[in-house]
Design a protein around this ligand. Structure first.
Ligand SMILES: O=c1[nH]c(=O)c2[nH]c(=O)[nH]c2[nH]1
Length: 296
């Protein structure tokens, strides 16, 4: 029996960098959370405490700030710059994964126009990018999280089996609400990432709104299918969608009826609907997803 080191990676997690562009009086800013992981031959550090191969996590953090000095660009482009740099820095580093979360800020409106240098946080929604360099291969995942959506009708749920524990009433009309987390893989790395991100996000929203839903599962598939139909640069999309249940409140104790007007927005437990929608003619790239949790 021999004990051996298994898969490993290391890096600096959650480097919070805010970069301000002051090149004109109308400033702009990007607000990022950047995590790097290096892959390669780090066995001596694990087995013998020999750090000769260890590009420090402190240097990785510093690299993120230094690379932000001259502009960040899209989260995907920033991730590509960093991942290529790390993967190319020493012979024993064979790959790098850089994950970027980007938080939106909107200009504060003053007298009807957006202020030059005052902003408000856009909300909980986050844009994400994960770049993986693995030897000669490079992959880009774009994505978003906490895109909270709700429709007040156009959602049914019925036809499910009833075992002895099934109490849920069938419904032909309910509120459907979720917080979409989605990640999609591009077939290419030389793309207009900002334009594609906006396009895919719009497609997800439009498909959620326009699908007459018989289950959140059906909405998830319709949203993924619409993205693959409209955006040929997307190879596959994976989604995680909690079913944010809204229960009609019984107002009869107060002598009131409730004609589908007043709901309790329950926060837990919630159904959790997850799935991938793929093109069957595009080869899989599991390395692109390695280290990205939260999807089946
Ligand atoms: O859209 C839904 N899918 C389910 O799988 C499910 N299960 C449940 O209790 N309610 C719902 N709604």
């Amino acid at each position: 029996m021999a004990i051996v080191l298994g898969p490993n990676q290391y890096g600096k997690a959650e480097v919070r960098v805010v970069a301000v562009d002051r090149s004109t009086p109308r400033h702009s800013l990007v607000d990022l959370n950047v995590s790097s992981s290096l892959r390669g031959d780090f066995s001596a550090a694990h087995i013998a405490g020999d750090n000769a191969h260890v590009l420090t996590t402190d240097a990785q953090k510093n690299t993120v700030f230094a690379f932000a000095r001259d502009g960040v660009g899209s989260p995907e482009a920033f991730g590509l710059r960093l991942a290529r740099h790390f993967a190319g820095s020493y012979g024993w580093i064979t790959g790098a994964r850089v994950a970027v979360e980007s938080y939106g800020w909107e200009r504060i409106a003053v007298g009807g126009t957006g202020h030059d240098h005052s902003f408000r946080k856009a909300g909980a929604e986050v844009r994400t990018a994960v770049v993986t360099v693995d030897g000669d291969e490079t992959h880009v995942l774009a994505g978003l999280g906490d895109l909270v959506v709700l429709k007040t009708t156009g959602s049914e749920f019925w036809g499910f089996p009833r075992d002895r524990y099934t109490t849920l009433a069938e419904t032909r009309d309910r509120i459907l609400a979720t917080a979409v987390t989605a990640r999609w893989r591009y077939t290419d790395i030389d793309l207009d990432f900002d334009a594609l991100f906006c396009g895919v996000r719009t497609t997800l929203l439009e498909a959620f709104a326009s699908t007459h839903s018989l289950a959140l599962q059906q909405s998830l598939y319709a949203m993924g299918e619409a993205v693959l139909q409209q955006w040929p640069d997307v190879a596959e999309i994976r989604m995680s969608m909690p079913n944010r249940h809204h229960f009609l409140v019984d107002l009869s104790a107060f002598g009131l009826d409730n004609p589908d007007a007043v709901y309790h927005a329950d926060d837990r437990p919630y159904g959790l609907i997850e799935g991938a929608v793929l093109r069957d003619d595009v080869p899989p790239a599991e390395v692109a997803w390695q280290g990205t949790p939260g999807f089946c």
